[in-house]
Structure formats: structure tokens, C-alpha cells
Design a protein around this ligand. Structure first.
Ligand SMILES: Nc1ncnc2c1ncn2[C@@H]1O[C@H](COP(=O)(O)OP(=O)(O)O)[C@@H](O)[C@H]1O
Ligand SMILES: [Mg+2]
Length: 178
């Protein structure tokens, strides 16, 4: 994990680290389109893969994460609560891979990300992290960022930002088409 020189400011709509170009984008006209997008992403993810979910409040980060988690669970009826108060929710999936769903919005300033056990999870689990700007220096260099943008017509646009040469990005590109 490297400490990047320039971190995004901790505001609500920071699209990406300045050095991460946009690899692809997709329009999500409604919740069903987001659910379908999440279901395409889900099988492409494995241990050590991290999606940093950014975007303003109400952009659809939790909706996307929940849909993705549901499509990897055995029982679609299993509860998938928002981690906005617990900061982290973890899930066991049938093939033994854990999914971590984190919402760092309420992470106290100065609180250690390591106290959550997140750094370990970043290498072993599938991690879906809302408000990743809170990671600060723990921002994972091999992750990708999905930035959700609420458009004027209330549709959403998902932007995929990633480091140059990202293997994870190559794997995810097929999901970026409807
Ligand atoms: N295309 C879309 N994708 C995801 N959510 C959408 C979409 N269109 C409308 N919504 C609504 O926007 C809200 C997003 O809320 P949420 O996922 O909690 O946002 P966030 O976690 O980014 O704050 C939900 O009420 C959801 O139903
Ligand atoms: Mg949320």
C-alpha cells in the first residue's frame, strides 16, 4: 500500500485521485439498471479486490453495494443492512470469500482505519468502501474507484477510475456495458 502524494479532499463529490484516469462510464437510468450493473460486477470480483464507492449523499453507493452483495449471497432474503452506523458489515459467501461493506462517513477524524481491521480485509476479502476519501494514506493503490453521479434528470452515471494498467479494471470492463 503506497502513500499517494495527492489525496482528494474529504468532500462529498470528489470523483477520483487526480492521477487515476477514467477508464469507462455507464448510465444507470433507474434502480433496476443499477441492480443489473451490480449483478454483472459481482461475479468478476475475488479476494483482494476493492471497489471504492464515491459520490454525494443519495448518489446510490449503498444501493449498488447491497445489490452486489445480494447477488453473491446464498439466500437473497438475507438482511443487508447499511453500514452507516456500524461502519462495517461483513458477509460470508458460498465459495468462502468474505465481502466487507464499509461506510467510513462517520469514521471519527484521526481514528485508525486499522482499528476496523480493514487493511487486512483489503488483501483477503472483497471490499466495497463508501466514503473512501476517509482512508487517507490507507487508500489502496490497486483498488478501483466507482464514482456515482446523480444527473439533473435523476439518472445516475457510474464512472470507473483506476490506476494506469489496473488488472482489476480490465476484468471489470465487460460490466460497464448494459
Ligand atoms: N439509478 C439509480 N441507482 C441507484 N439508486 C437510485 C437510482 N435512481 C434512484 N435511486 C435512489 O437513490 C437513493 C440512493 O440512496 P443510497 O444508495 O443510500 O445513496 P448513498 O449511499 O450514495 O448515499 C435510493 O433511494 C435509490 O432508490
Ligand atoms: Mg450510503
Amino acid at each position: 500500500m503506497s502513500a499517494p502524494d495527492a489525496m482528494p479532499p474529504a468532500n462529498s463529490d470528489t470523483p477520483a485521485r487526480p492521477d487515476w484516469p477514467e477508464a469507462a462510464r455507464i448510465t444507470l437510468p433507474d434502480e433496476a439498471a443499477t441492480d443489473a450493473f451490480a449483478a454483472r460486477l459481482a461475479p468478476l470480483l475475488g479476494p483482494g479486490d476493492t471497489l471504492l464507492l464515491s459520490g454525494a449523499l443519495g448518489a446510490g453507493k449503498t444501493h449498488l453495494a447491497r445489490a452486489l452483495i445480494r447477488s453473491r449471497l446464498v439466500s437473497p432474503d438475507e438482511l443487508v443492512p447499511s453500514p452507516s452506523f456500524t461502519l462495517v458489515q461483513t458477509y460470508d459467501t458460498p465459495n468462502g470469500v468474505e465481502i466487507w461493506h464499509a461506510d467510513l462517513y462517520r469514521l471519527a477524524d484521526g481514528a485508525e482505519v486499522s482499528e476496523l481491521g480493514l487493511e487486512e480485509a483489503l488483501s483477503d476479502a472483497i471490499c466495497l468502501i463508501e466514503w473512501p476519501d476517509r482512508l487517507g494514506r490507507a487508500w489502496p493503490a490497486t483498488a478501483v474507484q466507482l464514482h456515482l453521479e446523480r444527473m439533473i434528470d435523476d439518472t445516475r452515471t457510474a464512472h470507473l477510475f483506476s490506476p494506469e494498467g489496473s488488472a482489476l479494471t480490465q476484468r471489470l470492463l465487460s460490466a460497464m456495458r448494459p
